[in-house]
Design a protein around this ligand. Structure first.
Ligand SMILES: Cc1ncc(COP(=O)(O)O)c(C=O)c1O
Length: 232
């Protein structure tokens, strides 16, 4: 890297350090342009981008069709709020929903964390009470609900107390996920261990004996914000 770049990079680093909250440790690079799988710094130095913006730029940087669509829309109407309808959003929802089945619905959010918050709220609304099972070491984002679903000490500890109602299960025993967080359909007591019967009242919990509304509700997440973050 030449002297000029070092000083440009230093200048950006100093501006960032002075004015941006230090929530992320930045890599020592500042990019000015992208094309396909390549990023360029101010000196024209090329970098092969293996990260793709954490999978957000998965059509490549500045794909001509994406650029043209954004340019065209930005010149026509940039923001109308969610109080009004716009045709592109309705058309996109139709396309996305058609991949998931007749009664699928789309929620538009701006980030993975927001999608996860929406999924948590949907689950709560659909099924009052109960617990949300997350895998140990999982990462679901940095908003309070998503952070509460992120059982990592270093990330959670500074922000305690978190949102209650999350249960962490070991990755090694996925079977736990089928039972933990169950509520006994008979006595209403929560059940935390792998069991065929409610340890409190003896009611059978397995198979057809368990009413469908007491079966676990699965929240599936495919996070690559901007293109296909999907929660159902
Ligand atoms: C698995 C997973 N969940 C959630 C998120 C949060 O997404 P965002 O940073 O867009 O809020 C990320 C982001 O990297 C992620 O990798």
């Amino acid at each position: 890297m030449g002297e000029r770049v070092t000083s440009r990079l230093e200048e950006v680093r100093m501006l960032d350090a002075e004015h941006v909250m230090a929530t992320y440790a930045r890599q020592p690079a500042a990019f000015v342009r992208g094309e396909g799988a390549t990023l360029y710094d101010a000196d024209g130095e090329a970098y092969l981008d293996f990260l793709s913006g954490i999978s957000v730029c998965n059509a490549g940087h500045c794909h001509p069709r994406v650029v043209e669509a954004v340019r065209e829309q930005a010149g026509r109407l940039m923001h109308a709020s969610n109080l009004y309808l716009t045709e592109p959003a309705a058309r996109l929802a139709e396309r996305l929903a058609s991949s998931f089945g007749a009664d699928a619905k789309v929620f538009f959010g701006n980030s993975g964390a927001e999608a996860n918050e929406a999924a948590l709220k949907l689950a709560r609304k659909h099924r009052r009470g109960g617990e949300i099972v997350v895998l140990e070491g999982a990462f679901h984002g940095r908003t309070m609900g998503a952070l509460s679903a992120t059982p990592q000490e270093t990330k959670q500890e500074p922000f305690a107390p978190l949102v209650p109602g999350f249960v962490v299960v070991p990755r090694a025993d996925a079977r736990h996920c089928h039972r933990i967080g169950y509520t006994c359909p008979s006595c209403g007591k929560p059940i935390y261990e792998e069991s065929e019967q409610c340890p409190k009242c003896g009611t059978y919990l397995d198979g057809t004996d368990a009413p469908p509304q007491r079966r676990p509700l699965w929240i599936g997440l495919g996070v690559a914000a901007g293109a296909n973050t999907a929660s159902q």
